[in-house]
Design a protein around this ligand. Structure first.
Ligand SMILES: CC(=O)N[C@H]1[C@@H](OP(=O)(O)OP(=O)(O)OC[C@H]2O[C@@H](n3ccc(=O)[nH]c3=O)[C@H](O)[C@@H]2O)O[C@H](CO)[C@@H](O)[C@@H]1O
Ligand SMILES: C=C(OP(=O)(O)O)C(=O)O
Length: 420
C-alpha cells in the first residue's frame, strides 16, 4: 500500500490546475445508461473512483472509451447487457448506487448491491428506494441486494425529501427523465453537481424545470439522445488547496476554480484571515496574517460543505483561537481528529461538534488516512507541521485527488509517494 511522506514547514507558492469534479463526474457517467447514443464528457478527472465507475458501466455492457489520448474526455455508450451491480464493485465506491435509477428507468429492472456503511456513517439509501417506489418500482431487499422492477416502466410522482440527499436527488432525477408523466422533487439537493447533471440531462433531451432550486419538475420523455458535456471544476479540490495555501502561510493561484460554487467556504476562510480573490480565470488564495478561530457548521449547499469539514478542522488546529466545528450531515465524520491529535492538535469532540483550540505548531508523525477528506486533512497538517509526516492508506486519497503530490510539489511542498 502506498504511503505519502511530507516534510512540513514550507509556505506554498505557485499555481495549481483544478480538475473536473469527481462528484459531478460519477452521476454524469451513470447518465450514460439512459441513452443508446454516445454521451461525451470532457474535463474528466483521473481518479480511482472514475476507474471504478468505468468498471461498473462495463459490467452493464456500457463502454467507456477515451475520446482524447489524455483520457480527459470520455465517450460513453452501448447497449445494457446486464442490470446487476455486484457487491465487489459497489463496496469500493458508494456512488455505484447511482446506476439504480437509470437501470430501472431504461431496462425496467436492476439488481444493485446495497452499499453498506463506511467510515463516515451508516449512509442508508432508503430515500433512493422510497422515491423509486413512488414512481412505480417494486423494491425487494434480498441477500444484500436491492431488486427493483418496473416492467411496464416508471411513472411520474411527487416526492418530498424529508431531508436533503444529493445521491437520492440524482438517482430520482435520472429515473424521472425517462418516466411517464411529471415528477416533482420537493426539497431536492441544490449542490452544483446536481445542476451540472440537470444541464447534461437537458442537453440529452430531458425536460427539467427548477434548475438550481430545491424544487425540480421533470416531464419524462420516451428517449434521450447523446450529448457532449463539460464537467464543472471540483469545488472540494479547490477548497482543499485553498486550505493548503492558508495553513502554510503561502499563496496559490487555483486555475479554473469557480468562486460562485464556493460562497460559504470563501466567507468562512475570509473570517479566518484568508483572502480569496477571483482573478485570471481562477482564484488566488493568500493568508493575510495569523489564522483566526471561526465556528462553522456543515450544511447542504449553499451551506458549508461536509466534504470540507476535515480540511477546515486541520486549518483551525494552527489558528490563534478556538473554533467549534459542527458536522450536521454525517454522524461519524471526525475520524481525522485522533490522527490530528497525534500530531499535537488540541481537539475535543462532543457529539456532533469538534472544539479545536489552536496550537503554535504541529509536529510530524506517522498517521493513518481513514476516508477521502480525512486523508487530505492529514496532508494539510503534514504541510504545516515541523518534521516528517508519513500518511498510510493513501488509497483513500487517490479516490478523489488527482496527482496530489505533483500538484503540491510543484508549489514548493516537500512531498513524495512511497511505493511499497
Ligand atoms: C459521490 C457524491 O456525490 N458524494 C457526496 C454525496 O454523498 P451522498 O449522496 O451519499 O450523500 P447524501 O446527500 O445522500 O447524504 C446526506 C445524509 O442523508 C443520509 N441519507 C441519504 C440517503 C438516504 O437514502 N438516506 C439517508 O439517510 C446520509 O446517510 C447522510 O447522513 O453528498 C454528500 C453530502 O454533501 C457528500 O459528502 C458526498 O461527497
Ligand atoms: C464522501 C465522499 O465521497 P463518497 O460519497 O463517494 O463516499 C467525498 O467525496 O468526500
Amino acid at each position: 500500500m502506498d504511503r505519502i511522506r511530507i516534510r512540513g514547514g514550507r509556505p506554498l507558492s505557485g499555481e495549481i490546475a483544478i480538475g473536473g469534479a469527481k462528484n459531478a463526474a460519477l452521476p454524469l457517467m451513470a447518465a450514460g445508461l439512459l441513452t443508446d447514443e454516445r454521451l461525451v464528457l470532457t474535463n474528466v478527472p483521473q481518479l480511482a473512483d472514475i476507474a471504478t465507475m468505468t468498471q461498473l458501466l462495463a459490467q452493464h455492457g456500457i463502454a467507456v472509451d477515451r475520446a482524447t489520448p489524455d483520457g480527459r474526455s470520455l465517450s460513453i455508450g452501448g447497449a445494457i447487457t446486464s442490470t446487476e451491480a455486484p457487491y465487489d464493485i459497489v463496496r469500493k465506491m458508494r456512488a455505484s448506487v447511482l446506476v439504480l435509477g437509470p437501470l430501472v428507468a431504461r431496462a425496467g429492472e436492476a439488481r444493485v448491491s446495497l452499499p453498506g456503511g463506511c467510515a463516515i456513517g451508516t449512509r442508508p439509501v432508503d430515500l433512493h428506494l422510497k422515491g423509486l417506489e413512488q414512481m412505480g418500482a417494486e423494491i425487494r431487499l434480498d441477500g444484500g441486494y436491492v431488486h427493483a422492477a418496473a416492467p411496464r416502466g416508471l411513472h411520474g410522482a411527487t416526492f418530498v425529501f424529508p431531508f436533503v440527499s444529493v445521491g437520492a436527488t440524482e438517482n430520482l432525477l435520472m429515473a424521472a427523465s425517462l418516466a411517464e408523466g411529471r415528477t416533482v422533487l420537493v426539497n431536492a439537493a441544490r449542490e452544483p453537481e446536481i445542476t451540472d447533471l440537470v444541464d447534461c440531462l437537458t442537453a440529452m433531451g430531458a425536460r427539467i424545470e427548477g434548475r438550481g432550486t430545491d424544487r425540480l419538475t421533470i416531464d419524462g420523455v420516451r428517449s434521450l439522445h447523446g450529448a457532449t458535456h463539460a464537467i464543472i471544476p471540483d469545488r472540494i479540490e479547490t477548497g482543499s488547496y485553498a486550505c493548503a495555501a492558508a495553513i502554510t502561510g503561502g499563496s496559490l493561484h487555483l486555475r479554473h476554480a469557480r468562486a460562485d460554487h464556493l460562497g460559504a467556504v470563501i466567507r468562512i476562510l475570509g473570517e479566518a484571515g484568508v483572502e480569496v480573490i477571483a482573478q485570471d480565470g481562477g482564484l488566488t488564495v493568500r493568508r493575510l496574517n495569523g489564522l483566526h478561530g471561526v465556528d462553522v457548521m456543515t450544511e447542504p449547499y449553499p451551506g458549508f460543505p461536509t466534504d470540507m469539514q476535515a480540511q477546515f478542522v486541520a486549518l483551525m488546529c494552527v489558528s490563534d483561537g478556538a473554533a467549534m466545528v459542527t458536522e450536521s450531515i454525517f454522524e461519524n465524520r471526525f475520524m481525522h481528529v485522533p490522527e490530528l491529535v497525534r500530531m499535537g492538535a488540541r481537539i475535543n469532540v462532543h457529539g456532533a461538534s469538534a472544539i479545536v483550540r489552536g496550537v503554535p505548531a504541529l509536529s510530524g508523525a506517522p498517521v493513518m488516512a481513514t476516508d477521502l477528506r480525512a486523508s487530505l486533512s492529514l496532508v494539510l497538517a503534514g504541510l504545516a507541521a515541523r518534521g516528517e509526516t508519513v500518511i498510510n492508506r493513501v488509497y483513500h486519497l487517490d479516490r478523489g485527488y488527482e496527482s496530489v503530490e505533483q500538484k503540491l510539489g510543484a508549489c514548493g511542498a516537500d512531498i513524495e509517494r512511497l511505493r511499497d
